[in-house]
Design a protein around this ligand. Structure first.
Ligand code: GLN
Length: 433
């Protein structure tokens, strides 16, 4: 089937790739011969897949993730695997075991994360499109920081089969590209029901973007322009929203009171799920073979201490603690209540408005090492995690610059209205370009 080969020998000065496929096979189809990069937590048959972790160095999956299989069927050339924060845990791509990725717009800054390699590969023109994954913002954040487009689809719209799980109730594979059309074209290929993932819905995406926001009501939550959001970034995004008004949209101020708890709910949920998902890296099922002469506990400890980076170990410990007997009710159960509140807030808002818009990130891309304190890094996810908690679609589209760096406009929509989110982003993009 894959008879032709694409030669791919980029000058990867940003460390965007962990693996490069110099002769990438491709076939005929909608994406025939188009170079697509795939984040390194998405399984690719015969191509090393590490999640940017030492513990998976040398692991070659025996099968393709469903999204990758669909890409191949559509004719795309999988040209390489992109750098990321280890297992998707981070907002800068500095948590990779294989060195940080640099932002092509300013190499003194991070590309965002955790899909920073995918964003840098697209932004620097090495590839036309890429797959990322978004658990709490990992597609939208790097899209915003690198000046490209990225969509987190509705939960259940794209199969997670073959995605190496970090926090499965929150994450989705999604498209990244330079234009809304590219993102839409990739979405056409990867969305739909998969019998290997019971959380998928039979909702294929067959849409072509239409630049129309007339008659649409857009909610502007005060929390997205409040404390912690750089006023210059807020200003750029407000101008962009003004543009949507000129195009015929109506905007109304609104509020998401549960955002007070969103970050806490997110970080408790994702660390709990991670502690369970990462238990399989034990030197028996996955990871370098454990020393069988040692006791099981000793061997397990050794493999995991050597294989996981600091942030991953921190999150496994946090999650294990929050799920432990006596604390479960205090943390995990509470986080689920808070998550329901976030969902309820969106449900209420979406009975009044069609879309919700604001900045993707509270600031421009950080300087390398600027967020060495993990808590300050977690705080920067505040504007992206609500969409994951609620399972709704959210896109980031470039909307100008602040201090010479790209700023992203985030547009969120009702569940399974990814088409509407894409149309609004397309209308904006067409109006400014
Ligand atoms: N920055 C968030 C985290 O570290 C989101 C990561 C992601 O979406 N994979 O969990």
């Amino acid at each position: 089937m894959e008879s032709q080969k694409l030669t791919f020998e980029p000058d990867d000065r940003y460390n965007a790739f962990l693996t490069i496929c110099k002769k990438a096979p491709y076939s005929n189809g909608k994406l025939s011969g188009i170079a697509v990069a795939v984040k390194d937590n998405i399984s690719t048959k015969g191509i090393e897949t590490t999640c940017a972790s030492k513990i998976l160095k040398g692991y070659i999956p025996p099968y393709d993730a469903h999204a990758v299989e669909l890409l191949r069927k559509a004719g795309a050339a999988i040209v390489g695997k992109t750098n990321m924060d280890e297992f998707g845990m981070g907002t800068t791509t500095e948590n990779s075991a294989f060195g940080p990725t640099l932002n092509p717009c300013d190499t003194g800054r991070v590309p965002g994360g955790s899909s920073g390699g995918s964003a840098a590969a697209v932004a620097s023109n090495m590839v036309q499109m890429a797959l990322g994954t978004d658990t709490g913002g990992s597609i939208r954040c790097p899209a915003a920081f690198c000046g490209i487009v990225g969509l987190k689809p509705t939960y259940g719209r794209v199969s997670r089969y073959g995605l190496i799980a970090y926090a499965n109730s929150l994450e989705q594979i999604g498209p990244m590209g330079r234009t809304v059309n590219d993102v839409s074209a990739l979405m056409q290929v990867i969305a739909g029901k998969d019998r290997h993932d019971s959380t998928t819905y039979d909702r294929p995406y067959t849409h072509t973007p239409v630049a129309d926001v007339k008659e649409l009501k857009i909610g502007i939550p005060e929390e997205y322009f409040g404390e912690g959001v750089d006023p210059k970034v807020a200003g750029v995004v407000k101008t962009a929203i003004g543009r949507l008004e000129e195009l015929g949209a109506t905007t109304v101020p609104c509020s998401i009171p549960s955002m007070k708890f969103a970050l806490a709910a997110y970080y408790v949920t994702c660390t709990c799920e991670a502690s369970s998902n990462l238990a399989r890296f034990d030197g028996v099922r996955y990871g370098p073979a454990a020393d069988t002469k040692k006791s099981w506990h000793e061997a397990y400890k050794e493999v995991r201490r050597a294989g996981f980076g600091t942030e991953v170990r921190r999150r496994i410990m946090l999650g294990t603690f929050a799920l432990s007997s006596g604390y479960y009710g205090k943390y995990y159960a509470k986080a689920q209540v808070a998550r329901e509140n976030v969902k309820a807030d969106f449900k209420r808002l979406f009975s009044e408005v069609d879309l919700i818009a604001g900045p993707t990130m509270p600031t421009i891309a950080f300087r390398l090492k600027e967020k060495s304190d993990p808590l300050s890094m977690y705080l920067s996810d505040i504007l992206t995690v609500p969409a994951n908690l609620a399972g709704i679609p959210a896109i980031s589209v470039p909307c100008g610059k602040s201090d010479g760096m790209p700023v992203g406009l985030q547009i969120m929509g009702r569940p399974f209205e990814d088409e509407c989110v894409i149309d609004a982003a397309f209308a904006y993009e067409q109006a400014v370009n």
